[in-house]
Ligand binder design. Structure first.
Ligand SMILES: Cc1ncc(COP(=O)(O)O)c(C=O)c1O
Length: 478
């Protein structure tokens, strides 16, 4: 009886040929007999239900008394009335609600789990190092000071304070000059892809995807009906010439220029310029996925591709999943001027920004300097964790894995001997509580190489050696 929809279903029909209390009694009895109300479930308080249904309290009490007298419900004094706990949970002859079975596969989520992240889990920031106290203080402050407008619908494109804070941050940190009106707050990168594909993709459009590349982007474009064009990546990032040969007239290129996922390559300047030139000439859109561009451990972070975008062809996507935490499920898009109006309309109708409170807390975190400080601290922490794991992997698995400490980001790419089945290896590891990701998952076509992606952000320095030994144990199981 949690939803007001189910309370609504109890509303007696004034034209019915039964008195109101009898109608309520009958509907609750049906719910109990069908199993919709389980034994032990609490019925709404008589006072609350009466108020909800705009009836006298005595009417509801009469219905409850009748249910109790027939053994369907039990009064518990001040604790209210519950469905008789000794009833059989599935009354005979009644249909049993069926739990739908979902196949596993790309894009189909597994069950919800709440555990500490398993060793080597990719893509999670250091959960032990997040400044939770500061965050809680800001969140509590934002919740306490919630004003009447804060109770109304948020602006669908995002909260103005947050859009301003992001525009200011991107200017300093990523070299992007944009107006806050060009910034759209989304449900992370995946929400951003929903908005972009909805507005700009026609099923059948060709889309360049980095090969190897981010599997969620590949699956999202597949769902949207795109024709995937895998374009190889080398040490300079996506091979633009290969893209031109394969599909010059593509509608999109989806790239990770600052830190290619998963190889870690940075897109060279000449390729950046070639990509921008192609998009300008063909009227194509470049989606810049800047998921972890700020996490760079050598030199300064590279300016975003968007900072070079004179023709207005780059849609820049950022996320708070890495630099804050993914539980926020919040990210943003910076779109060219020419797209602002269309994005505003689509956001308003189908892809609205998330709740006020999270947005307000992020904006306060940014405006009060915590964000920049947190990123700086994480750079130092991740560098130490990366170095510790690099050393541990070299000591324990130096003969089997070929790996180089990445210059940025949150994972190692460890190459395995050619022919190793990395998916089988990852499955064996998963069965033992480790979570390396097989490199082959990042390919559209059959991969020529085999490897593991190893998240290092949640492995403290003093746990690195033990983690590497556990991985070695799994690799040697073969
Ligand atoms: C390559 C890449 N892009 C983007 C994201 C961020 O996605 P989201 O904002 O949906 O969490 C991730 C997260 O793992 C990623 O690995």
């Amino acid at each position: 009886m949690r939803e007001s929809r189910s309370l609504f279903a109890l509303t007696p029909d004034p034209a019915g040929n039964q008195p109101a209390y009898r109608q309520i009694y009958q509907r609750l009895k049906d719910a109990i007999l069908s199993g919709r109300l389980a034994p032990g479930a609490r019925l709404p308080s008589a006072r609350g239900l009466a108020a909800e249904l705009q009836l006298a309290r005595g009417t509801v009490e009469a219905a409850y008394q009748l249910l109790s007298s027939e053994g369907y419900a039990v009064g518990r004094g001040p604790a209210g009335t519950v469905v008789n706990p000794s009833l059989s949970p599935r009354p005979s002859g009644m249909p049993v609600p069926r739990t739908p079975t979902l196949r596993t596969g790309p894009g189909i989520p597994g069950p919800e789990v709440e555990t500490v992240p398993p060793l080597f889990r990719m893509g999670l920031p250091a959960l032990d190092a997040f400044p939770r106290k500061t965050w809680s203080r800001l969140a509590a402050r934002c919740a306490r000071s919630v004003s009447a407008p804060g109770l109304a619908y948020p602006h669908p494109s995002g909260r103005s304070t947050l859009r301003h804070a992001i525009a200011a941050h991107l200017n300093v940190a990523r070299g992007i000059v944009c107006a806050p009106e060009q910034v759209f707050i989304t449900a992370g990168y995946q929400g951003a892809l929903g908005l972009v594909t909805h507005l700009l993709l026609t099923p059948g459009d060709a889309v360049w995807l980095e090969e190897p590349g981010y599997f969620f982007a590949r699956d999202a474009f597949t769902l949207a009906g795109a024709k995937l064009v895998p374009v190889p990546v080398d040490k300079d990032g996506i091979d633009v010439d290969a893209g031109l040969r394969r599909a010059k007239g593509a509608r999109f290129a989806v790239v990770t220029p600052s830190h290619q996922f998963p190889t870690g390559a940075a897109l060279s300047l000449s390729r950046r310029l070639a990509l921008l030139k192609w998009a300008a000439m063909e009227g194509a859109w470049i989606i810049e996925d800047d998921y972890d561009g700020e996490l760079r451990y050598r030199g300064r972070p590279l300016p975003a591709l968007k900072s070079l975008d004179k023709a207005g062809r780059v849609i820049h996507a950022g996320t708070f999943s890495k630099v804050l935490f993914p539980g926020l499920r919040t990210g943003y898009l910076v779109v060219p001027d020419s797209l602002v109006e269309r994005f505003a309309r689509a956001a308003a109708l189908l892809h609205p920004a998330p709740s006020h409170l999270d947005q307000a807390t992020i904006a306060a975190f940014m405006a009060e300097g915590h964000f920049a400080r947190h990123i700086k601290r994480m750079r130092q922490l991740y560098q130490s964790r990366r170095d510790a794991l690099a050393e541990a992997l070299e000591r324990t698995l130096g003969d089997t894995l070929v790996t180089q400490p990445p210059v940025g980001g949150m994972h190692f790419l460890a190459r395995l001997p050619t022919g190793t089945d990395d998916s089988a290896l990852a499955a064996r590891a998963a069965a033992r509580g480790l979570a390396p990701e097989p490199l082959s998952r990042s390919f559209v076509q059959r991969p020529a190489t085999s490897g593991l992606l190893l998240g290092f952000t949640n492995i403290p320095e003093d746990a690195a050696l033990a983690a590497a030994r556990r991985l070695k144990g799994v690799i040697e199981l073969r």
